[in-house]
Design a binder for this molecule. Structure first.
Ligand code: PLP
Length: 468
């Protein structure tokens, strides 16, 4: 071959160039070789198109950029200005620094995770949190799995395999598309026995459905919607009595679940795990990273004999939590022993209870700063808005909040495209900023903005890479 393409240096020659040394040190020879090959391919394409340089340094420069992209973690922090405090797509509950410290303490070394220091024998990982959970909820026993979906699966598979589970038609929920109670039930090997109607279910409906094949009665907290109007549902106490009269367990999936009545902090009511137990539930399951404000986990509390059965199910082994989750959960649960200081210590609750006046002040501070940065591109106004708890917690409540309404200047006709471009520019910042879009406006709900300085500092980088 003759012409410029034949003068492309070999991969070997590029790797021997002095400038390659530091890249080999940082990434290893193997990965750099792959990147150089890719860089050469691209340069060849560029040269065929009549542009591009074929020198070793140009190839290495391109390889370095490729390596940067290959090795940068794709998971990283963002500013959640969506107004949804527990946003599943944005990782739900932010952990308190004490919980992060606890994770770091156990993450880097051997621990007594399943080792009983008193006897020198094998121990049980649940033991590290079971005592605290029982003290906080009044439960006899507790166990923890990967998330609440796993908790529900484990309860059904353990107590109702090849048997029927009676559930109200008004409670056959879907959460976030990936958790549908009927599907979970089928995968657990249990048979769904729906009773009642969408809006009304009575105790008689449950009683009429009982038969020898019944494994348990289940109550599901309709976390992400409410049935309103002409409705009837059966109180937990009545369901528990019916279940117990028939020697069946009542399992309650609380969804979010909390340990304390949130009304004492000015927040709407959300059913608590201790109340569900008090009403007679035999097992209660709830999430670790919803209103509890801890790490992703599924917590199951209740009768000791039933919890022991759950722990003997081989499925439990496939759903167990790691040492870091246990360390973080223990720390967050510990905060619940002193409810007076809960709001300052648990970030999720602190954000939910953040005073409106605080958020409004912040909006007034930030509006001119952002307005100046955006210049002619868009107008920025302080706007009243509503936050929500998210993840099916406190579903009916819209929490008054404040934020920044950003409207691109110029013709109305192109407003939607302009807003999308603006939102994209904010998503490209070093710490991406995620808002919500509606009515030709990009809205930043400031409820969850705690690192105001960090937010302002990076505004200088807005539109910087708009060309790329
Ligand atoms: C959120 C929720 C679940 C699933 O919990 P994860 O912790 O997300 O697995 C199950 N049931 C109800 C009622 C819920 O609200």
């Amino acid at each position: 071959m003759t012409g410029p393409l034949s003068s492309i240096p070999s991969v070997d020659r590029v790797l021997r160039a002095p400038a390659a040394t530091s890249l080999i040190e940082a990434h290893g020879r193997g990965l750099l070789t792959d990147a150089v090959r890719e860089a050469i391919d691209r340069l060849r394409d560029a040269m065929e198109a009549g542009t591009g340089d074929i020198g070793e340094s140009a190839i290495l420069q391109s390889a370095a950029a490729i390596l940067e992209r290959w090795t940068a973690p794709s998971l990283g922090p963002v500013f959640n200005l969506t107004g949804t405090v527990l946003h599943t797509n944005l990782g739900r509950a932010p952990l308190p620094p004490e919980a992060i410290a606890a994770m770091a303490r156990v993450g880097g070394q051997a621990t007594n995770l399943e080792y009983d220091l008193a006897t020198g024998r094998r121990g049980d990982r649940d033991r590290h949190i079971e005592g605290l959970l029982c003290r906080l909820t009044g439960a006899e026993a507790a166990t923890v799995v990967n998330n609440n979906a796993a908790a529900v699966l484990l309860c059904l598979n353990t107590l109702a395999l090849r048997r029927e589970v009676i559930v109200s038609r008004g409670e056959l929920i879907e959460i976030g598309g990936s958790f549908r109670l009927p599907d979970i039930m089928a995968r657990a090997g249990a048979r769904l026995r729906e009773v009642g109607t969408t809006n009304r279910t009575h105790l008689e409906d449950f009683a009429a459905a009982l038969k020898p094949a019944t494994g348990l009665i289940m109550q599901v907290h309709t976390s992400n919607y409410r049935i309103q109007g002409f409705t009837a549902s059966v109180p937990t106490t009545d369901l528990a009595a019916l279940a117990h009269d028939n020697d069946l367990p009542l399992v309650v999936d609380l969804g979010s679940g909390t340990l304390v009545d949130l009304r004492r902090y000015g927040l709407p009511y959300e059913p608590t795990a201790p109340a569900a137990l008090g009403a007679g539930a035999d097992l209660v399951s709830f999430s670790g990273d919803k209103l509890l404000g801890g790490p992703q986990a599924g917590i199951i509390i209740g009768r000791a004999d039933l919890v022991a059965k759950l722990k003997r199910n081989p499925m439990k082994r496939a759903m167990r939590v790691d040492k870091m989750t246990i360390a973080a959960l223990f720390t967050v649960l510990g905060f619940y022993t002193d409810p007076t200081r809960l709001i300052e210590r648990v970030p999720t609750l602190r954000l939910l209870a953040r005073p409106l006046a605080d958020i409004e002040d912040q909006a007034r501070r930030l509006a001119p700063i952002l307005g100046k940065r955006l210049g002619d591109a868009a107008s920025v106004e302080v706007a009243a808005c509503c936050s929500q708890a998210g993840s099916g917690s406190l579903p009916e409540s819209e929490i008054p909040s404040a934020g920044l309404a950003i409207r691109p200047d110029g013709g109305k006709r192109r407003a939607d495209a302009a807003v999308r471009r603006l939102a994209e520019a904010f998503r490209r910042l070093p710490v991406p900023v995620i808002g919500r879009i509606g009515n030709g406006t990009l809205l930043f709900d400031l409820r969850c903005l705690e690192d105001e300085a960090g937010f302002v500092t990076q505004l200088g980088k807005l539109f910087e890479d708009a060309a790329s």
